[in-house]
Design a binder for this molecule. Structure first.
Ligand code: LMR
Length: 397
């Protein structure tokens, strides 16, 4: 019956968590999976989340089904987070739907595009989070890649990106990383977002913004510059947002798919009801706890202020680790100053897949095969060891 089934390849990112755990070395360093760790090297349990969870537990509400596209309290929080300061008129043009994490939101969007725009292609940056390709392949959307990043100069290839998108056709979808590009950490400037938005508008494209790291580049408020640029240009915009990282709710699978369209509320309601049918046929309705945590925090002034300050603390630690890593690598004559200017958790080091393998086998340092590191895996204690290991591989080539 099952002889024809071959083993699936290990997940390029999540499989590394198990490999790291199984490594008995005391000096091991995990800069692989995109999970925020604090200065003690532990995943962060936010105080705001702890307090919200306590309130929810105390309330002891019945565990009945959530609405298929999520509760009003959660969706109001999502709209405020994703769209920030929308006018009353513009909020008529906005819809939000709960999804199981950012990945679930991308998949719902993919199912929606395949059903209603079967001839459209989706344009994905090269490089990108590898699972983007898996998600859109799974729904049989045709995928194109646009140039994004030069591995030698670590620069954004903005002109090449724009000229590649010239061959996109009306109703194609451009997938962008709203901030903290994964895996490069390199984001367009505000002016570049605006010119990309103009291009999308002129060519009649749709945009799908993957917003998984809001608050980790500048601030929660400022990290939606991309979304604002597309909306201001009147581009039909989908946003897949995740609250795994900025609320530390990784295993709660809490995210959302939001939609902006100037075609107004009746059209948005049609989109919502079609997405509800898609959701009902996959997982029926969303899990509640993580969404209730986000809603509880967002609608309480003091918890929201506490959360915002906890996000600031996480971001400031990322910035500090970037500085320390650049300084440590400089002591081995390695210029990694690009890391200082990149955003969020990720940067790419000049390492080949073989170098990555050597780092793991000889130094117990775990990173993704592309050379992507998660700077949140570094601490004051291990950054020196990490830099020495990287230098021994780079300088020993
Ligand atoms: C990552 O890129 O490491 C994270 O987004 C975790 C994941 O789901 O791959």
């Amino acid at each position: 019956m099952f002889e024809h089934i071959q083993a699936g390849s290990p997940d390029p990112i999540l499989s590394l968590a198990a490999d790291f755990k199984a490594d008995p070395s005391e000096s091991k360093v995990n800069v692989a999976v995109g999970i925020y760790h604090n200065e003690s090297g532990s995943p962060e349990n936010l105080t705001s989340v702890f307090e919200a969870r306590n309130r929810i537990t105390q309330a002891n509400s019945a565990l009945t089904y959530h609405p298929i596209t999520g509760s009003t309290a959660y969706l109001d929080a999502v709209k405020s987070l994703v769209f920030q300061d929308l006018s009353a008129a513009e909020s008529e043009n906005v819809l939000a739907m709960q999804a199981p994490g950012g990945t679930g939101a991308l998949r719902i969007a993919g199912e929606f595009f395949k059903k209603f725009f079967p001839d459209s292609q989706i344009w994905i940056s090269n490089p990108s989070w590898p699972i983007h390709n898996d998600i859109f392949n799974a729904v049989n959307l045709r995928i194109e890649h646009y140039p994004y990043y030069d591995r030698t100069s670590h620069a954004l290839l903005f002109d090449e990106l724009v000229s590649s998108l010239q061959s996109a056709k009306a109703k194609d979808i451009v997938l962008v990383h709203g901030c903290c590009h994964n895996p490069t950490g390199v984001d367009p400037s505000t002016a570049q977002w605006e010119s990309l938005a103009k291009l999308a508008k002129d060519k009649g494209l749709m945009v799908l913004v993957d917003l998984a790291y809001q608050g980790f580049a500048k601030t929660v408020r400022e990290d939606v510059t991309s979304v604002k640029a597309f909306i201001e240009a009147g581009v039909p915009t989908f946003v897949a947002s995740s609250y795994s990282k900025n609320f530390g709710l990784y295993n709660q699978r809490v995210g959302a798919l939001s939609v902006y369209s100037q075609e107004g509320p009746a059209v948005l309601e049609n989109i919502r009801s079609q997405c509800a049918k898609i959701i009902r046929g996959i997982y029926s309705n969303p899990p509640a706890h993580g969404a209730n945590v986000v809603a509880t925090i967002y609608h309480d002034d003091s918890l929201r202020a506490k959360w915002l300050s906890e996000v600031d603390t996480m971001r400031e630690r990322l910035t500090l680790m970037r500085e320390l890593l650049v300084a440590e690598l400089a002591t081995y004559d390695i210029d990694a100053s690009h890391i200082r200017h990149e955003n969020g958790m990720f940067s790419i080091l000049d390492l080949s897949p073989e170098d990555v393998q050597t780092l793991r086998e000889a130094h117990h340092v775990y990173l993704v095969g592309s050379g992507r590191i998660n700077v949140a895996g570094l601490t004051r204690d291990n950054v020196g060891y990490f830099a020495k290991a990287v230098a021994s591989v780079m300088n020993g080539r």
